[in-house]
Design a protein around this ligand. Structure first.
Ligand code: NAD
Length: 509
C-alpha cells in the first residue's frame, strides 16, 4: 500500500503521523494507501520553509522564474498520462477525462510563463512638472491553497503556478481523498528547478486547514470546495487579516429554448451532466426546458444514456466512472428517493445500472429527474453526482428568473439558434460564467474563473488576470529629481498646480 506524506522544503517529510486517512480505488472499493494528516507543528514547518525561501525567491529575476516555469510546462506536458492514471486510480474519473483535467491545468502553467508581461507596471512621465509616477506589482509572501477532491491536479494548478510566478512561496493543502497527484506535481516542481521551500504540500483535514487560516505567517488563502467550507474559510481568514478568495459549490442551469437543435442539446446535457459522474463544479445539474421542449429532450437523453458505458475509468471504452467514496455515492443516490417523495418523476434511474466488469466500487449510473420544482431539495441542494433535474418553464423570462433566485451562480448555459435570445441571456443571467451553445463554460487560462453569490466569497476570480491581481499587491511610486527644496518649502498639501508653481519659482532662482 502506498504511503503519502507531506512535501516540505523540496523533499518528502520525515516524521511519524499521529493521524492518517485511507485512500481507496473508487472503481474496486479497495484501499490502496494511506495519507498522513498534518499536525499544527507540521503545517508550521511548511510555513517556515516557505518563509525562509521567500526573500531569495522574490529577488529571483523574472527571466529565471520564467525559465523554471517553462521547464515545469515541459515536464507536465510529457507526464499528462502519468498524472491522469493517478487521478483515475483515486478519483475514479475515466482516463480521457483525467487527461483533459491535466491539460486544463497545464494551460495555467503556460499562462504563467508570460509572467514578465503580466507583472509589468505603469509609468507616467511629468505627472506634475518634473514628477514621474510609476506602479509596481509585488508578491505577498507565503500564500496557501486548499483544494477539493474533484480536480486533484487542475485546481492546485489554478493556483500555485501563478502564485510562485509572481514571486510568492506556496503551501498547498490538497483533498485528503485523492492526495497523490499533488506529490507528483511537487516532484515536478523540484525537477523544474524551483528552489527548496518555494512549493510545499501538507495533507490533512480541518486541523491543517484551520492552522493555515490562522497562521500569522500566511498572507493570502485561495480555497476551492463546498459552499459551507468556503464560507468558513472566507470568514476565518478575513478575520485574521488575510487576503482570501473562496470558491464554493454550484447548481448550474442549462437552459434549452424550443428553437435549439434538440439533438445537440441532449448530447450536451448528457456530457455536461454525467461527465466525471457529475462531480464537477461546472456540471450541468438543472436542465431548464423552455416552451414545451421537455418531452423531446427526455426521450433523446434516455436514448443516449442507454448507449452510455459506465465502468472502470481505466477501460478505454468507459465514458463514466464511479463516485469518489461509498458515503458520497450513498448520499447522491439518496436524492432519488428524496426527489420521488417530493413529487419529482424519475425518468432515468441509475441505481440499477449495470456496470461493465465491476462488482464492488462506488457506482451510480446516470439519473434524470423530471417535473422538478424550485421548492424541492433536489433543486435547492448541490447533489454533486450524476443526477440531472429537469424543470419545465414557459418562457426565457421564467428561466432567467429562476436562475436569479437560486443561491448559487457559478455557471449557466443556453442552447438556442436565436442570437437575440442568447444576447439577452448573456446580459441578464445571474452567473459568473456563461455558455452559449457551450454546456461547460470553463474559461480558458487567460480569462479568470469564478462564480457569483454563494459560489464565490471574495473579490477576485481565480487564475488569469484576476489571479495575478490576487497574488500581488500594488505599489505606486512618485519621484522628483529637480527643485526638490523649493517644492517642499510650503506646508500646503502637495497638488499638481502647487508643485507647478514651486517649479516655476525654482527655475526663476
Ligand atoms: P470540501 O469543501 O468538502 O473540501 C474542500 C477542502 O476543504 C478539502 O481540502 C478538505 O480537506 C477541506 N475541508 C473539508 N471540510 C472542512 C472543514 N470542515 N473545515 C476546514 N476544511 C475542510 O469539498 P469537496 O467535497 O472536496 O469538493 C466538492 C465541492 O467543491 C463541491 O461543492 C464543488 O461544487 C466544489 N467545487 C467548486 C469549484 C469552484 O470553482 N467553485 C471547483 C471545484 C469544486
Amino acid at each position: 500500500m502506498k504511503q503519502i506524506t507531506h512535501w516540505i522544503n523540496g523533499k518528502p517529510w520525515v516524521g511519524t503521523a499521529s493521524r492518517r486517512g485511507k485512500i481507496f480505488d473508487p472503481a474496486t472499493g479497495l484501499q490502496t494507501g494511506e495519507v498522513d494528516f498534518a499536525t499544527v507543528a507540521e503545517v508550521d514547518a511548511a510555513v517556515d520553509a516557505a518563509t525562509a525561501a521567500f526573500p531569495a525567491w522574490r529577488a529571483t529575476s523574472l527571466a529565471k522564474r520564467t525559465s523554471s516555469l517553462f521547464a515545469l510546462r515541459e515536464l507536465l506536458a510529457s507526464h499528462i498520462d502519468d498524472v491522469a492514471d493517478i487521478l483515475t486510480s483515486e478519483h475514479g474519473k475515466v482516463k480521457a477525462d483525467a487527461a483533459g483535467e491535466v491539460s486544463r491545468g497545464l494551460e495555467v502553467v503556460e499562462f504563467a510563463c508570460g509572467i514578465a508581461q503580466l507583472m509589468k507596471g505603469e509609468f507616467t512621465e511629468n505627472a506634475s512638472t518634473g514628477v514621474n509616477v510609476h506602479s509596481l506589482r509585488q508578491p505577498l509572501g507565503v500564500v496557501a491553497g486548499i483544494t477539493p477532491f474533484n480536480f486533484p491536479a487542475m485546481v492546485p494548478l489554478w493556483m500555485f503556478p501563478l502564485a510562485i510566478a509572481c514571486g510568492n512561496t506556496f503551501v498547498l493543502k490538497p483533498s485528503e481523498k485523492d492526495p497523490s497527484a499533488s506529490i507528483f506535481l511537487a516532484e515536478m516542481v523540484a525537477e523544474a528547478g524551483f528552489p527548496e521551500g518555494v512549493f510545499n504540500v501538507v495533507h490533512g483535514d480541518r486541523e491543517a486547514v484551520d492552522r493555515i487560516l490562522t497562521h500569522p505567517g500566511i498572507a493570502a488563502v485561495s480555497f476551492v470546495g463546498s459552499t459551507a467550507v468556503a464560507r468558513h474559510v472566507y470568514e476565518t481568514a478575513a478575520h485574521e487579516g488575510k487576503r482570501v478568495q473562496a470558491l464554493g459549490g454550484a447548481k448550474n442551469h442549462m437552459v434549452v429554448l424550443p428553437d435549439a437543435d434538440m439533438g445537440d442539446a441532449a448530447e450536451a446535457a448528457v456530457s455536461a451532466g454525467f461527465g466525471s459522474a457529475g462531480e464537477r463544479c461546472m456540471a450541468a445539474s438543472v436542465l431548464v426546458a423552455v416552451g414545451g421542449c421537455g418531452d423531446e429532450l427526455v426521450e433523446r437523453i434516455q436514448a443516449r444514456v442507454t448507449r452510455l458505458t459506465v465502468g472502470n475509468g481505466t477501460n478505454a471504452d468507459s465514458e463514466m466512472g464511479p463516485l469518489v467514496t461509498a458515503e458520497h455515492r450513498d448520499r447522491v443516490a439518496s436524492y432519488l428517493a428524496i426527489g420521488e417523495a417530493e413529487g419529482a418523476k424519475i425518468a432515468i434511474d441509475g441505481r440499477d445500472r449495470e456496470v461493465k466488469g465491476a462488482s464492488a466500487g462506488y457506482w451510480l449510473g446516470p439519473c434524470l429527474m423530471d417535473e422538478v420544482s424550485v421548492d424541492m431539495r433536489v433543486y435547492t441542494d448541490e447533489i454533486f453526482g450524476p443526477v440531472l433535474s429537469m424543470i419545465r418553464v414557459d418562457t426565457l423570462d421564467d428561466a432567467l428568473s429562476l436562475i436569479e433566485r437560486n443561491m448559487y451562480g457559478n455557471g449557466a448555459a443556453i442552447f438556442t439558434g436565436d442570437g437575440a435570445a442568447a444576447q439577452r441571456f448573456e446580459t441578464e443571467v445571474a452567473a459568473g460564467m456563461v455558455g452559449i451553445n457551450v454546456a461547460v463554460p470553463v474559461p480558458v487560462a487567460y480569462f479568470s474563473f469564478g462564480g457569483w453569490n454563494s459560489s464565490l466569497f471574495g473579490d477576485l476570480h481565480i487564475y488569469g488576470p484576476d489571479g495575478v491581481r490576487f497574488y500581488t499587491q500594488s505599489k505606486v511610486v512618485t519621484s522628483r529629481w529637480q527643485n526638490i527644496r523649493q517644492h517642499h518649502s510650503s506646508l500646503a498639501f502637495p497638488s499638481g498646480s502647487g508643485s507647478d508653481k514651486a517649479n516655476k519659482e525654482g527655475s526663476k532662482k
